[in-house]
Design a protein around this ligand. Structure first.
Ligand SMILES: NC(=O)C1=CN([C@@H]2O[C@H](COP(=O)(O)OP(=O)(O)OC[C@H]3O[C@@H](n4cnc5c(N)ncnc54)[C@H](O)[C@@H]3O)[C@@H](O)[C@H]2O)[C@H](O)CC1
Ligand code: K
Length: 491
């Protein structure tokens, strides 16, 4: 299943049109996909707006009429402002269907309740602000007085399709048929009260989702088929020797959380290169890990022999951390995960990324991302993420609700994770997990996807009975979560 923001969905339609489809054809495919969801009803009212969402409703009305249904179209506004696709179907409807212009004849409660379903094709992903005037009046009337089902085409009118939050007026639907892809806002669980059940219907064409920039939703099934079974004859070196260059005298907890994330997600051997104070603490909290005292400068030789390296968690922003980060970026010859303070340091000299020949995964939260990329407030985060990954040839794990992961060519949103996980230290655990999967031999993009999915999945299990989820507890639960996924256990 794919997901897109308003911009991306507009670009998706433009891409299809550039590649030979006409808008009238696309609307025809859209109404084909809608038909089966409405065909069990007999008396059908369709609310039609001025754009292509309205056109979907008109084309659907024609098809329902052909099968003997009682169809009535309610429209607002003047023909000259309708979209090209809308006019094409509007003209056909004029000859065949009962058409009510709400500017002239407003519907009352009785007329409304003649229908056993109301199809909302007022606005789809094109809506930019609250519905006003007659649109608002009709929506208010339906919300208050209509007793049948409301089915929304693509997005309920009045719901912001990027955020999943309502404008001041919104139509409550029992069901929403999302065309081609999920709208980004539907990832927000709070949107469900407006959308009702969401069904995604793809158009019956060769859909170029990924090429055209839409994001795939990486879900439980994807994780189950990606996760490898442990081998009967496996031994520790087979599961990776990972180096975590993390922690400082100031931050002693972060490296422990990263190491726990790495260890509990299956790493063979973990070495933590850090400040003396962290090294002293390590055997007490994590006796499985090996401590290495950190001296400057870090040479190429010291970075040899690892399957994956993580730098950044709890590193601090002292001068010495700047030197350390550039030493590691210049000398590393294993796949590299860059997190937290190392990202802030990197943001002061992004050209360091240009000369790296090993695969690099960056794991910023939005604040760290903005330091690295000229992000303008309100810009489309998924589009910016893709552009960033392409520009620097890295894998970007942009942390947030339904974390964004892209290498510039493939793009994903992670289906797991929840609000109880917004706790300091959670990112350190995640960075350790991704490093662990890199070290276990997963391709870099797979390591990022699997690490992030399992992190969220473990958090989801814990959050069923918790208001907040602590990173340390989460780390300790990773083996159970991985067992559930690897054995395909239904819960
Ligand atoms: N690939 C697909 O899945 C396809 C989906 N399709 C459908 O097309 C709509 C999007 O159509 P579009 O014409 O771009 O936008 P809308 O119909 O949602 O809106 C029309 C128009 O209205 C203006 N507008 C915005 N906000 C307001 C407001 N508050 N009040 C009044 N007017 C407003 C704005 O100018 C909009 O452009 C999508 O949802 C699918 O249903 C197609 O079938 C093609 C293939
Ligand atoms: K709609």
């Amino acid at each position: 299943m794919y997901v897109g923001s308003q911009n991306q969905l507009k670009a998706y339609d433009a891409y299809l049109i550039e590649h030979g489809y006409t808008i009238e054809q696309l609307i025809d495919y859209a109404s084909d996909a809608l038909l089966k969801h409405i065909s069990s009803y007999q008396h059908i009212g369709i609310l039609v707006g001025p754009g292509n969402n309205g056109a979907d409703g008109l084309s659907l009305g024609l098809k329902l009429d052909e099968t003997g249904k009682d169809v009535c179209i309610y429209y607002i506004g003047d023909y000259s402002r309708f979209s090209q696709g809308n006019r094409y179907y509007f003209n056909q409807c004029l000859d065949q269907l009962r058409m009510i212009n709400l500017d002239e004849t407003f519907i009352d409660e009785k007329e409304l309740n003649r229908h056993d379903v109301i199809v909302d094709a007022f606005f789809g992903f094109g809506l930019n602000s609250a519905p006003r005037g007659l649109y608002k009046s009709v929506i208010d009337l339906i919300n208050l007085s209509y007793r049948g089902d409301v089915i929304a085409v693509d997005c309920p009118t009045g719901l912001n399709c990027n955020t999943g939050t309502p404008y001041s007026t919104v139509l409550f639907a029992q069901k929403t048929i999302a065309l081609s892809a999920l709208k980004e806002g539907f990832l927000n669980p709070e949107s469900q009260v407006f959308t009702g059940d969401v069904v995604v219907e793809e158009l019956a064409i060769d859909n170029p989702f990924m090429e055209a920039g839409l994001y795939a939703l990486f879900d439980k099934q994807d994780a189950q088929s990606m996760i490898k079974q442990r081998r009967y004859d496996g031994y520790k070196n087979m599961y990776g020797i990972d180096l975590l260059i993390c922690g400082s005298h100031q931050y002693r907890g972060a490296p422990i959380l990263s190491a726990k994330g790495a260890l509990y997600s299956g790493a063979g051997i973990i070495k933590v290169m850090s400040d003396e104070k962290v090294i002293d603490l390590l055997p007490l909290s994590l006796p499985e890990c090996i401590g290495i005292s950190r001296y400057k400068p870090i040479t190429k030789e010291e970075l040899q022999g690892y399957d994956a390296i993580l730098i950044g968690c709890g590193l601090s922003l002292e001068k010495e951390s700047y030197l350390l980060t550039s030493d590691v970026l210049v000398n590393a010859n294993s796949p590299l995960v860059i997190d937290a303070d190392a990202l802030t340091i990197l943001s002061t000299n992004m050209s360091l990324l240009k000369d790296i020949s090993v695969p690099v995964i960056l794991t910023p939260h939005i604040g760290e991302f903005k330091r690295m990329w000229p992000y303008e407030e309100g810009a489309d985060l998924m589009e910016e993420a893709t552009a960033f990954a392409k520009a620097y040839d890295v894998i970007l794990v942009l942390k947030g609700p339904h974390t964004i992961i892209t290498d510039g060519t493939e793009h994903y949103r992670i289906a797991s994770g929840n609000k109880a996980m917004a706790v300091g230290g959670m990112g350190d655990t995640l960075a350790g997990m991704i490093t662990s999967f890199l070290g276990q031999g997963y391709a870099p993009l797979s390591a990022a996807l699997l690490g992030t999915y399992i992190h969220g999945f473990t958090g989801d299990i814990l959050a069923r009975k918790r208001y907040t989820v602590m990173p340390e507890l989460l780390a300790e639960q990773i083996p159970c979560a991985m067992y559930i996924l690897s054995q395909k256990i239904e819960e």
